[in-house]
Design a protein around this ligand. Structure first.
Ligand code: HEM
Length: 189
């Protein structure tokens, strides 16, 4: 559904609303930190520092899940702006694929992280408000499946983020259009 009304909170055909811009940067920066911390902490020896990092990682990861779900509902409700004029069709298709990949990976990462933690017998903290689990006993198949998906989806996500960033930089420096500026809230058109 695409919003064409004059409501400044909503996305229109030409611009992203401040709410969408804020969600985009909050989710993007948090996910990049989660990827870096996740790769770093998984190789650490047992220590209090490692347990603290695991705790923060789980907390921020579940927060990303809830914010990403909100973003998807918001996008479904509002649609999103048209690509800026003069963008070739193959680039629209590639960008749409990258965007759907980002949405799926943004949900798959927290879900698989929660599954791996729970399956390995740990609790899953949700926003520091309450915890799911721990289970009465470990669930090995859930821990293994969650671990496998979390690891590989993480690398796929890193690849998709790289494509997404390269695309944005190409628009800005090569095509010199307003694609990137729009995601900082500039009003175009
Ligand atoms: C967008 C959200 C998330 C991202 C981008 C992310 C990213 C990562 C990455 C890249 C790793 C390293 C993978 C490895 O080396 O095995 C990792 C590890 C881990 N993540 Fe996440 N994660 C997210 C959410 C979560 C959530 C919600 C939980 C649990 C509630 C979680 C629990 C874990 C655990 C327990 C590990 C360590 C795996 C191990 O010790 O084998 N993650 N995460």
């Amino acid at each position: 559904m695409r919003n064409t009304r004059g409501n400044s909170m909503a996305d229109t055909r030409e611009r992203f609303s401040p709410f969408t811009v804020t969600l985009h940067w909050v989710i993007g920066i948090t996910i990049i930190c989660l990827l870096a911390v996740g790769l770093y902490m998984a190789d650490l020896p047992e220590s209090a520092w490692r347990s603290d990092l695991y705790g923060y990682h789980k907390l921020a990861g579940t927060a990303v899940f809830l914010i990403a779900a909100l973003r998807i509902l918001w996008r479904w409700r509002n649609g999103m702006p048209e690509p800026v004029a003069d963008t070739p069709r193959w680039q629209h298709t590639l960008a749409a694929g990258v965007h759907y990949g980002l949405l799926v990976a943004t949900l798959a990462m927290p879900l698989s992280g929660a599954a791996l933690s729970y399956g390995k017998g740990h609790s899953v903290p949700v926003l520091g408000l309450f915890e799911i689990g721990p289970p009465a006993q470990k669930i090995p198949w859930l821990g293994d499946a969650g671990s496998f998906i979390h690891y590989w989806a993480g690398w796929v996500l890193i690849g998709i983020i790289a494509l997404h960033v390269l695309g944005a930089l190409k628009h800005h420096y090569v095509d010199k259009d307003d694609t990137l500026k729009r995601m900082f809230g500039s009003h175009i058109g």
